[in-house]
Design a protein around this ligand. Structure first.
Ligand SMILES: [Zn+2]
Length: 386
């Protein structure tokens, strides 16, 4: 058991909104994750607190988003009619318009701000907002289920207080909105591991996107081919993300912990399991750098519940029984989930596809070592440990 102070941000209002029955994004995920944490006894640990949150302020929203876009979001949110405005990315299949839409987005972003505030002002070592990680929102455009870019808003607040931040994004999709926000800044190092954008949303996140001006060398992208499995994913993390975070040595790490990388996710083609996910959580914790953790994608509800429970246990230094608690099995069985185990076996993808994915990741790593490493590693001293 560790003696760090940790906070889980949880509003009883999470899950009281809906993107619609047909939409893959289900807000029920937060409740399922919380039930699993509860069943494991992870909500009554020494040093941890559960904190409520408020909607994010307009002032912080306008530190990134355009006033016209926000006005339109609020107008649509208050309306009972079906509305659309494609200039702002509103009303398509990905970003539906529903009543209370703005309140839902502002609450999620407020929870991320609260996580950042607890770490920055109240001495928490780690704060976790499951209902965050809306990394595709742009200044004046909703995209990929994201309306307000909570990570950008919280990081803007931290940077205004003089902090240097690493933003690490392990969602299956490129963290495009966050990269864009800090593309010309060396105060925020963004690192995104994701399925390659060649044929995949949002179509960005290649190795040559390295930043501009003062930010040149502070945007890092590892595009991964379909069928990238646990060992390849850990390789990308160990050879790119880990040494860069260690060398940059930020005041705070903000992570987007999407779970749509899992091989059982219905929307993506990476083949990750709880094995590499747990491994990365352990390595992040070991940095002992104040940590703001956010949820993200994940369209199999049991994957989000299991992965975020694993993450929260790791953050609190608790080892979990690999068999799911009986009470939780009883809850999920009627929902159609046959799972009995918290953990997946480590997974290797099929040989031919794996060889292609291995070649691709080796080429990406080599390119990043050539373009990005010299600036960050020479600028901030040598790496200790690996
Ligand atoms: Zn995603």
């Amino acid at each position: 058991m560790s003696n760090v102070r940790t906070a889980l941000i949880f509003s009883p209002l999470f899950g009281s909104y809906s993107y619609g029955d047909e939409h893959p994004f289900k807000l029920q995920r937060y409740h399922l994750a919380r039930e699993l944490m509860e069943a494991y006894g992870l909500l009554q640990l020494p040093g941890m607190e559960i904190r409520d949150c408020r909607p994010v302020t307009d002032e912080l929203v306008l530190s990134f988003h355009e006033p016209d876009y926000i006005a339109r979001l609020k107008e649509f949110s208050a309306s009972q009619e079906a509305r659309a405005d494609f200039r702002f990315g509103l009303g398509d299949a990905d970003c539906p318009v529903f009543q209370g839409l703005y309140d839902c987005a502002a609450l999620g972003a407020g929870a991320t701000f609260e996580a950042a505030r607890l770490v920055e002002e109240e001495g928490f070592q780690i704060a976790f907002n499951l209902a965050g990680g809306w990394h595709h929102a742009h200044p004046a455009k909703a995209a990929g289920f994201s309306y307000l870019n909570d990570a950008v808003l919280a990081i803007n607040w931290l940077v205004a207080r003089g902090r240097r931040v690493v933003y690490l994004d392990i969602d299956a999709h490129h963290g495009d909105g966050v990269q864009e926000a800090f593309y010309d800044s060396d105060r925020v190092l963004t690192i995104s591991l994701h399925e390659s954008g060649i044929y995949f949303f949002p179509g960005t996140g290649f190795e040559d996107e390295v930043g501009l001006g003062a930010g040149k060398g502070y945007s890092v992208n590892v595009p991964l081919l379909a069928h990238t499995d646990d060992a390849l994913y850990m390789k990308a993390f160990d050879e790119v993300a880990y040494p860069l975070i260690a060398a940059y040595d930020p005041d705070i790490i903000v992570t987007q912990l999407g779970v749509d990388t899992f091989r059982t996710d219905p929307l993506t083609r990476l083949e990750i399991t709880t094995h590499s996910y747990s491994y990365i959580m352990r390595k992040l914790k070991a940095f002992k750098i104040p940590w703001v953790a956010l949820g993200g994608g994940g369209y199999d509800l049991l994957n989000t519940a299991r992965a975020w429970t694993i993450a929260w246990a790791e953050m609190n230094g608790v080892k979990l029984d690999p068999h799911l608690p009986g009470a939780f099995i009883k809850t999920i069985k009627p929902l159609g989930y046959p799972h009995r185990s918290l953990l997946d076996a480590m997974h290797w993808s099929e040989e031919h596809e794996r060889n292609l994915a291995l070649d691709a990741v080796e080429r990406s790593i080599a390119k990043i070592k050539e373009t990005v490493f010299p600036g960050i590693l020479d600028g901030y001293g040598t790496i200790t440990g690996a």
